[in-house]
Design a protein around this ligand. Structure first.
Ligand SMILES: [Fe+2]
Ligand SMILES: [Fe+2]
Length: 430
């Protein structure tokens, strides 16, 4: 055997002759051989030395061969164990082999060539098994390392994702609040217009959700809705105050400039390209009869088509200053009547899908009541114009109060510039 020198063979037998004969045979093959007549001494030996194979006699005084081999199993688990036995004990030897305690048996008397081949095969088997075990251990180790690395990576990716998502959500919230704040500044110029933009944004968002718009188009549409009439800030009071139908031609011309003015205000803000385009086209009509560019059908950005429906609906609904059930039906019939003509039929359908939402917001209104300034709450709707004692209009009838409005009203009240109560419409149950 090529690696014979690497293998050390231990033989245990109480008969010196047997030991001598076997030692000679195996040494001729190049193995290092150690022999013991006492199994106890042999155990002492393998406590200190490593051996590849142990051949033990079956019948020995003090400890039988099987018991001895079992004891060595704990000390040298990989070693090849062979029992040397006469024909009388063959059954016991075969049982031991079947239980896995020993590798094989040799019978006395033996044939020299036979036992040489037997040991050579046994040691080959031993080498293969050792190699296998080494590889299996290595694989196990690598797998554990990989598992550990994967776990760490997973945790790190999860942490990073959580961090980025948090930052993104914060940024998004800040962004939307900035847009709303920008929209609210319009209320300082014209409170009615500010309230209108807020309501149109709410309705446009509901329509966009019903139409399952993708994230970016949805965001651009809602932001554009919050700001769609921003171009009206620069219009003269007389144009702002009048009903569009009562405007003179030149005033109408001025009013029709507001979508382009709005676009001009927004187009240089990075990331607002989509928003400013939607604002520019929010008065286009589906059949091409709108302004400023007479676009039609799909040539009009989807966000503009949505805002156009929400805007028309809201202006009809609030033409009396606040939403009234009769106006709801009138406005809804009008929108439905012009579906496919003035309005995108898909958008009209989506407005119908959220009918519950806008009907509920009107139905929940109760009759007007007097409420002290210090008891105003966000959500109340003004049932009268709020004017200072000198006649300056602070907020018009129909505005849904928010924190900002209430703060302004309280400030004017503290300065004794307005009366101590207001007529408001409260939601039912409040
Ligand atoms: Fe507009
Ligand atoms: Fe509008």
């Amino acid at each position: 055997m090529e690696n014979a020198k690497l293998h050390r063979v231990l033989i245990v037998d109480d008969e010196e002759n047997v030991l001598k004969a076997l030692k000679r045979t195996f040494m001729e093959d190049g193995y290092r051989v150690d022999t013991y007549t006492s199994p106890f001494d042999a155990l002492g030996f393998i406590e200190k030395e490593r051996v590849s194979a142990i051949i033990s006699d079956f019948k020995m005084p003090g400890m039988d061969g099987l018991e001895f081999l079992l004891k060595t199993r704990e000390m040298l688990p990989e070693c090849v164990r062979v029992i040397l036995t006469g024909h009388a004990n063959l059954d016991t030897a075969i049982k031991a082999i079947n239980s896995g305690a020993v590798y094989g048996y040799l019978t006395k008397p033996w044939d020299n060539d036979e036992i040489r081949i037997f040991l050579r095969n046994a040691l080959k088997n031993y080498e293969l098994e050792r190699e296998n075990r080494k590889l299996a251990n290595l694989l196990d180790m690598r797998n554990k390392e990989l598992e550990e690395a994967n776990k760490n990576l997973e945790t790190r990716v999860k942490e990073q994702t959580r961090f980025i998502t948090n930052q993104f959500n914060k940024l998004k919230a800040t962004f939307m609040e900035t847009v709303k704040a920008f929209s609210r500044t319009v209320e300082l110029r014209d409170p009615d217009l500010g309230a209108h933009m807020g309501r149109v944004a709410f309705l446009s968002r509901s329509i966009a959700v019903a139409m399952r718009l993708d994230g970016q188009t949805m965001q651009d549409t809602v932001v554009a809705a919050w700001l769609h009439d921003i171009g009206k800030i620069g219009l003269p009071d007389v144009v702002l105050a009048k009903d569009e139908k009562k405007l003179k031609d030149e005033e109408k011309g001025l009013l029709r400039e507001h979508p382009a003015l709005g676009e001009l205000c927004l187009k240089d803000i990075p990331g607002f390209e989509g928003v400013s385009t939607i604002v520019r086209h929010h008065h286009e009509r589906y059949n091409g009869s709108g302004y400023p560019d007479s676009l039609y059908e799909d040539h009009i950005p989807l966000g503009s088509r949505i805002i156009n429906v929400a805007d028309t609906f809201d202006r009809m609904l609030y033409s009396m200053g606040y939403g009234h059930p009769e106006l709801v039906d009138k406005a809804w019939s009008y929108i439905k009547g012009f579906s496919g003509k003035l309005f995108d039929p898909d958008v009209v359908k989506a407005l119908g899908d959220v009918e519950d939402l806008w009907r509920r917001s009107i139905k929940t209104l109760d009759i007007a009541r007097k409420v002290g300034i210090d008891r105003l709450e966000p959500g109340f709707i003004l049932a009268e114009d709020v004017k200072t004692k000198s006649g300056l209009l602070l907020l018009p009838k129909g505005v849904r109060l928010n924190d900002f409005h209430i703060m302004r009203i309280k400030n004017f009240h503290r300065a004794k510039a307005i009366k101590g109560w207001l007529l408001v419409l409260k939601q039912a149950g409040k």
